[in-house]
Design a protein. Sequence first.
Length: 206
Amino acid sequence: MWPDANTTLELLQQAKQGDAQAVDALLARHREPVRRMIDLRLDPAIVQRVDASDVVQEVLLEASRRLQEYLRKPSMPFHLWLRHIAKDHLIDAHRRHHQAQKRGVDREQPIHRPAWADRSSLELAGQLMDPERTPASEAIQQELQRRLHDALDQLDDADREVILMRHFEQLSNQEVAAALELTEAAASMRYLRAVRRLRDLLAPDS
């Protein structure tokens, strides 16, 4: 999901040398991944009130303002740094709308998060529910996705987050560990625990 690391490093080096076009190219390459990351986590109760594009724009503007600070001391890969900024803006958006307009937004919740309805969710559902079966029809695919959405909604925040990071953002265990400020062993254990819980929720009723 995230842009090629080598090209990103080249653009960062050019940006460090004061190349404004490199900065523009760097942020442009990350716009859609940031949008997807936000779409995956935007609370369904406020999606009709909060435009994800506005949140993306706020994230990129802040990243542009703070880029030289990052370049002086890059403590993590650029895309993980960008994710941290995006998470902060998501928290702010949720807090503003749930506190100020709680009654209104609670009546506007859609069925599920649209960003989860993609090939990533279908592949994950297939692996957990029936690894040997390839969905042959659109109806089967929709049912797999519906059951996965329901199961993801039932996970706690920590378990859901690591599933989204690994399967939907396609981050490595090392990247997840860095983003969550965990050891790689702890990140791996959290992921395995989340997968077990998700598989249990997807298991057919006995």
